[in-house]
Design a protein around this ligand. Structure first.
Ligand SMILES: [Zn+2]
Length: 287
């Protein structure tokens, strides 16, 4: 089962989140026919997304992460809600590069240089937007940079996806956030533990988030607060697609119908196809 475990360390001077999303990544591999490299880039970004979603206040609040890079993956988009559902896609689902010297997938090379933008809709007048330049393109460092620069939060971020011939066998991450008043000694201990997570995806392949918390963090005056399930779920529906058609305009829709007989729109996230013929278009503009 995919889930996020949230806890505190040092009686509250640090917060930890442990995210496991193997099933979600396998679902995305199936939906988009992802190569291991594209799956790793999407899975790491999804783990960061789960963390953003877990910190939203309302169930209907939403977020998106958009990564634009000049590498062969092209870009990654993940969107989700405060109810722990999320979805995502990559520009190039079949990206491939040679493995790095340490045997890891070269996500940084596949993303290249560019930007990471986080958008949050908290039900206020204006959505919140924050953009940072990519640090390494490996997603974890870039997300830590976003948290520090845009949200003013000092965090250690570890994200990973392990893919073999059968699909994704471990995915997710560990994020530790320093709280006001944290001491140098506490930071040193946290850094020491995090530095042991260079193969976090292998750890996630063997241990549940609860087991990781118990094994690595519970002895640091740790308290496990809650565990919440995570689900891949798209938010597209007939109404939203009809609204998109309206924004294209009647004239353009009629031209496409005259040329091709119908209009086909696929959802980027779940690849569901919506098909409209002339009658459907007439109906939309009669509404
Ligand atoms: Zn969809």
């Amino acid at each position: 089962m995919d889930s996020i475990v949230k806890g505190t360390l040092f009686n509250g001077f640090a917060r930890v989140a442990i995210i496991s999303i193997k099933d979600a990544v396998n679902e995305e591999i199936k939906i988009h026919d992802l190569s291991p490299l594209s799956a790793a880039a999407l899975g790491r970004t999804m783990a960061a997304g789960v963390y953003l979603g877990a910190n939203l206040k309302g169930k209907n609040d939403s977020y998106s992460i958009t990564i634009k890079g000049d590498g062969c993956i092209g870009g990654v988009v993940v969107a989700g809600n405060g109810d722990y559902t999320l979805r995502g896609y990559v520009a190039n689902p079949h990206a491939e590069l040679p493995l790095k010297g340490n045997g890891h997938l070269d996500v940084g090379g596949g993303i290249g240089s560019g930007t990471m933008t986080v958008c949050k809709d908290l039900g206020l007048k204006e959505p919140y937007n924050g953009t940072v330049e990519l640090v390494t393109g490996e997603i974890a460092e870039d997300f830590a940079e976003y948290l520090a620069k845009s949200e003013g939060v000092n965090s250690a971020v570890c994200l990973g996806v392990l893919v073999d011939k059968t699909g994704c066998v471990g995915a997710g991450g560990v994020i530790v956030q320093a709280m006001p008043g944290i001491t140098e000694d506490m930071l040193f201990i946290i850094e020491d533990i995090i530095s042991g997570f260079s193969a976090i995806s292998s750890i996630l392949a063997e241990k549940s988030p609860r087991e990781i918390f118990d094994f690595y963090f519970s002895h640091l005056d740790g308290e496990l607060l809650e565990e919440i399930p995570i689900k891949v779920q798209c938010s597209c529906n007939q109404q939203k697609i009809e609204n998109a058609l309206r924004s294209i305009g009647r004239k353009d829709c009629d031209e496409i119908i005259a040329e091709r007989g119908s209009i086909e729109i696929s959802c980027h996230f779940c690849e569901k196809k919506y098909i409209f013929n002339k009658e459907d278009i007439d109906k939309i503009w009669k509404k």
